[in-house]
Design a protein around this ligand. Sequence first.
Ligand SMILES: [Zn+2]
Length: 333
Amino acid sequence: MAAEKKPMQTKNKVLIAGISLIIVAGIAVGVYFGVHKNSSSINRRCNGTPTTSAPPTSTTAVTPPDQKGTMINGTLFPYYNLTGEAPAPVGFLTPGTYSISYDDGPSEYTHELLDMLDKENLKVTFFVNGNNQGCIYDPKVQSVLKRAFESGHQIASHTWSHPQLPKLSVEGITTEMTRLEQAFQDILGVVPRYMRPPYGAGTFGPADTDAKVQTTLKNLGYVITTWDIATTDADIDDNNAVHKLSDEQLMKVEQGQVTSVVETGPKGATHMQLMHDTYMRTVRLMTPWTINYAKNLGYKLVPVATCLGDEDPRTWYSRIGPPSPNPPTTCTK
Ligand SMILES: [Zn+2]
């Protein structure tokens, strides 16, 4: 089970050499794919028309006359369902933005992380599992997930059980997504449009299995999201040889993963950093370090969707509706 909880295969750490330069509307935006060299077609539709903050045109309003909706970060978002083909969410990578995202949670450290982000007035993205390191229906998990959502952080899917999606059938991939959709609807009343495949699998070959994964996810309406910086927090914890190092020594390794990408590329290039809120070191040490580091370089810290040019929370979700009044409290069925 431990292997399935790792965000990527350790061998991928050696693939740091992948570098792509993407030109968007005459603006050169350097993006460095330190982990998965061939993933540039996934979440970087850089030749498209930039999206605006206008609500999705294909939204069918289901707002009842009493204007019921969900409060997100102090703003009422009336209920809606997206119908038909979802609007293109990603127009370009927004220069000068830097997103921090956390996979595999929430965890016992997530409340502490949210406290820190509240103090900094920053929003991040959480790629959430249904049943991996914890069960999403656990009342404590439901509580912290609601807090993250209602305070304006982007909630996105990381599959129900964190499998290698290329190893699954189309039906299996669909079940991994829809089972978590049901949980998000039960707990939050929403269905996220953004997802990140566990390990990035399905985004870096081989082509036939990638096509199966990507086509299935796109048919379900998902924007597939990867990253260009991985701190390798989970990899380091799972590596016994390195695990003997102190937190300070581990921090140096993780900081090196960040600086090696950021400081070898064009100034102001967009970055999307992957960490895990399931590690105390990541929450207490690496998160504040990253915030200070990015700010000192002049970056605006935003959720992943905003980093990709999608600033309106209404297009982060294909549905916003009422949560279940009595959601399940366990993951067993
Ligand atoms: Zn993961």
